[in-house]
Design a protein around this ligand. Structure first.
Ligand code: LMR
Length: 398
């Protein structure tokens, strides 16, 4: 049977991760997969998570099934984290949130529910976007359409073209937006641009589908939530897929949630039933461990405050690496301007160099960068910055 299968390439980000692990050079630098690393190049377990794990060990008295929607406390805490505990829509009966296996699982549940509701809806994605968005969401049945997002020349959002395209999106279509810390460009919408898109969505009647995987890594936990909060307040319907991989460092625990804001409480009940049915058909139930930890952290004042402090350290370290890198390579033989790296948000920016530069960086210097030139700023540290910036300046020298 299986001889009929065609060979398929591995995802470009994950194959880079494997190539990096296999590279024996001790000087190698990983700017590939979007995982936070501290100044010693480690991806640590946060202290708040470690403490929650100790607490959970003592508290947990069963490993029995949790249910399709996951942990009810977790769902409640996540909704408050995303929208703010006092958001007008919370308590209105118009929201429903279930636990999902990571941000990717959340995206897929959201997509399946939307395509059940509207089988012919098209999904509009910004160019560029996270490379897995199209296969992950397209295989739920969406026809994919594109809107322009980032201008490689000016190294900022092409807001005019983006808004013009969004003004042509038909009612009933779906528009994918990144909540904050845009992956791969780091170019985030301003609050005014979120307001404008909200107005356009109202006028046109399309459904925004927000992917938020980096809340707290851009401008701060509250600031990074502006877009989803304003949309939840002003729009009749909204879908939010969220991940705890980066802001809780729970990557392998696959901890996410899918949230729907609906026109009324009856619709919310319909959506909840459909989301549970989708989950049951795909994976039956989400993994418990990560969500139980998040629930313990967000439900305990002290653990929550420790987590917030640690997350802020992560955010500030990435910010300082942005400045350090941009300043260290600004003086280069090609006269390339890297100041955009300082202006952008979250883990990623495009380096903007040519493909041949990327090949040399990888082959000669063991510096791993995704082919789009996306760099993970968290891969930079005080031990590798000189080697990294010297190597970049060397390849730009020709
Ligand atoms: C990334 O963009 O590098 C991360 O979100 C990891 C992944 O799954 O691609």
């Amino acid at each position: 049977m299986f001889e009929s299968l065609k060979p398929v390439g591995l995802d470009p980000i994950l194959s880079l991760m494997i190539a990096f692990r296999e590279d024996p050079r001790t000087t190698k630098v990983d700017l590939g997969v979007g995982v936070y690393m501290d100044d010693r190049g480690r991806t640590p377990v946060m202290n708040a998570v470690k403490r929650a794990e100790t607490k959970l060990m003592a508290l947990e008295n069963t490993k029995s099934y949790q249910g399709i929607g996951g942990d009810a406390e977790y769902n409640k805490h996540m909704l408050a984290l995303l929208l703010g505990a006092n958001h007008s829509v919370i308590g209105s009966g118009r929201t429903t949130s279930i636990q999902a296996p990571g941000g990717s699982g959340a995206l897929r549940v959201g997509a399946e529910v939307i395509t059940r509701a509207r089988p012919n809806a098209k999904l509009w994605v910004g160019v560029p976007t996270w490379p897995n968005h199209v296969p992950l969401l397209g295989s739920a049945g969406f026809e994919i359409k594109e809107y322009p997002y980032y201008d490689m020349e000016t190294r900022q959002i092409n807001a005019d073209l983006m808004m013009e395209t969004l003004r042509s999106v038909p009612a009933g279509d779906v528009v994918l937006l990144h909540g904050c810390c845009h992956n791969p460009t780091g170019a985030d919408l301003t609050n005014a641009q979120w307001d404008e898109i909200t107005e356009i969505a109202l006028e046109r009647g399309f459904l925004p589908f927000i992917d938020t995987a980096y809340q707290g890594l851009g401008d701060g936990l509250e600031e990074d939530a502006y877009g989803m909060r304003v949309m939840a307040e002003k729009l009749p319907e909204l879908v939010i897929a969220s991940s705890c991989s980066k802001n809780f460092g729970l990557y392998r625990e696959r901890t996410g949630s899918i949230t729907f804001v609906t026109k009324n409480a009856d619709d919310a009940k319909l959506v909840l039933g459909q989301a549970m049915s989708v989950a049951r058909q795909m994976y039956s139930m989400p993994p418990a461990h990560g969500a139980l930890l998040v629930s313990l952290i967000l439900g305990d004042e002290e653990l929550r405050s420790e987590w917030t402090t640690e997350l802020e350290e992560v955010r500030l370290r990435i910010l300082s690496m942005r400045t350090l890198l941009a300043d260290s390579i600004q003086d280069n033989a090609l006269g390339m301007d890297f100041s955009h790296i300082k202006r952008q948000k979250g883990m990623f920016s495009f380096l903007g160099v040519k493909p041949e530069h990327l090949v040399r960086l990888r082959e000669e210097f063991g510096i791993y960068i995704v082919s789009s030139t996306r760099i993970n700023l968290a891969g930079i540290n005080s031990s590798n910055i000189k080697y990294l910036s010297d190597s970049i300046r060397t390849v730009l020298n020709g």
